[in-house]
Design a protein around this ligand. Structure first.
Ligand code: MN
Ligand code: MN
Length: 459
């Protein structure tokens, strides 16, 4: 009977398979993750946190052309929005680099460049949403303003408003149900429109002003407090994110609700795993990128040539061949997957879905339709990953996003794979993905950390 049982592939939970000690460790690990989530709500803040973590672990800044030797631990801070950590291993660089790649941008509302206006006794910010959001989720909830204003002279003013208890928060109004008779019959797309995602920021007129007196009140506050004028918003990157903090979910505290699990829930285990994998003989790299939610374009996105520039520089400094290094490298594209949700079971195919508590999730391919827009990892790579995770006792599962033709989504995997680097998606399942508050399981988070550590060390 027991032999027969091994004939079948069955998913099991971390609770069943890994035992109480691992579960206890997962709960402990999650405490620091929650702190990271609250400290790093934007890609810039995530890079700041990661630099702090890297430096505390002995990593130092790298510049192109620096000499390299085994044991060196370095980081490259790309414009404050994207960071590479790497550690030089003792084996030949031509054996390749072990890379994990996660993203640190999350869906949010960005301010337009000319954002401030006054109407009907109220002052507002105009916004332009960033990434895939369900617009109604951002109404009638406290929002915080995060970002930078860069003055013409290049000086940078960092703004964070709405995170401290004493701070004001910002808010998007919603229609009262009493007057929503017509609205209730509309489709979600018709009812919630991007140009209505306007942020309420004031209602008190400035004494002595006749025209735009409320806007003038806001502008004079901004000038007195931060030294910024309306024109300074032209060269600003300011975003609205949920103001609340990450919290445990459930009586058993087995889950965490927070903003931006996608993809900090993979970025955090990636960076902690590389920091903790000092014993690896391989050259290891953890790469945290920006702009994934909008297509990975630009100088701080995964499609930037910076990844190949850095690999070329590493190969050169260690006397290796750049093409050989890439051909022998392996990458885990560490991004979230969609946890099966019984409340929306019609869009999932349960056998091939990520199940909560069943460990880290491996996606052989992402994309949509007939495997469009995916690098689709090879069976050989999957077999290698199987062996790696099983030998390390990691609890893991395989998944697709949802039902075929129900929709789709991509990650940075294909951009990495296009550089001739074997890449597969591996990450943590998320409920309510892209909502202001997403939910993850603590044991799944911890298995991601254990998987990444195993990957950095294996063979
Ligand atoms: Mn993601
Ligand atoms: Mn996403």
């Amino acid at each position: 009977m027991s032999e027969n049982k091994q004939l079948k592939y069955e998913k099991k939970t971390v609770y069943e398979k890994a035992g109480a000690k691992i579960v206890a460790s997962a709960y402990e690990y999650a405490k620091d993750y929650v702190k990271f989530l609250d400290a790093a709500k934007t890609e810039r803040e995530a890079v700041t946190e990661c630099v702090r973590m890297a430096e505390a672990a002995g990593y130092r800044p790298y510049q192109f052309g620096d000499p390299l030797k085994a044991g060196d631990k370095l980081y490259y801070n790309n414009r404050g929005k994207n960071i590479f950590l790497f550690r030089i291993g003792s084996e030949s660089i031509n054996n390749g680099i072990r890379i994990t790649a996660a993203h640190i941008d999350s869906p949010r509302l960005d301010l337009k460049q000319v954002p401030i206006y006054e109407e009907s006794g109220m002052c507002f910010f105009k916004t332009h949403y960033y990434g895939g959001i369900r617009k109604y989720q951002w109404l009638a909830t406290p929002l915080a303003l995060h970002g930078v204003v860069v003055k013409q002279d290049g000086s940078v003013i960092n703004l964070t408003v709405g995170e401290n208890e004493s701070d004001p928060v910002m808010y998007i109004t919603d229609l009262l149900p009493h007057l929503a008779a017509k609205e209730a019959g509309k489709t979600v797309r018709e009812a919630f429109q991007a140009e209505k995602l306007n942020i309420l920021i004031g209602s008190r007129p400035l004494d002595g002003e006749e025209k735009d007196s409320i806007k003038m009140g806001v502008l004079s506050y901004l000038y007195e407090t931060y030294g910024i004028t309306e024109e300074d918003f032209l060269s600003a990157e300011l975003s609205l994110v949920p103001a609340a903090r990450a919290r445990d979910v459930g009586f058993d505290r087995s889950m965490i609700c927070g903003y931006g699990h996608d993809d900090r829930v993979c970025a955090y285990p990636s960076i902690t795993a590389i920091i903790d994998a000092d014993e690896s003989v391989h050259t290891t790299m953890c790469l945290l990128v920006d702009k994934e939610e909008t297509g990975s374009d630009g100088v701080t996105g995964m499609q930037s040539s910076l990844i190949t520039d850095i690999i070329t520089e590493i190969a050169k400094a260690l006397g290796g061949n750049e093409a050989t290094v890439r051909a022998n490298s392996k990458c885990l594209s560490s991004d979230v997957s969609a946890t099966y949700d019984p409340n929306f079971s019609d869009v999932y195919e349960q056998r091939n879905s990520c199940l909560i508590g069943c460990g880290v999730s491996m996606c052989k391919f992402t994309g949509s339709g007939g495997k469009g827009g995916t690098s689709d990892a090879s069976a050989e790579l999957v077999a290698w990953v199987r062996r790696c995770l099983n030998e390390a006792g990691v609890v893991w599962q395989t998944c697709e996003l949802g039902k075929v033709d129900a929709g789709g989504g991509g990650t940075v995997a294909k951009y990495m794979a296009n550089h001739n680097i074997d890449t597969i998606d591996m990450g943590v399942g998320v409920l309510s993905m892209h909502a202001p508050y997403e939910v993850i399981s603590k044991v799944d988070l911890y298995e991601a950390y254990r998987a990444f550590r195993a990957f950095y060390n294996f063979e």
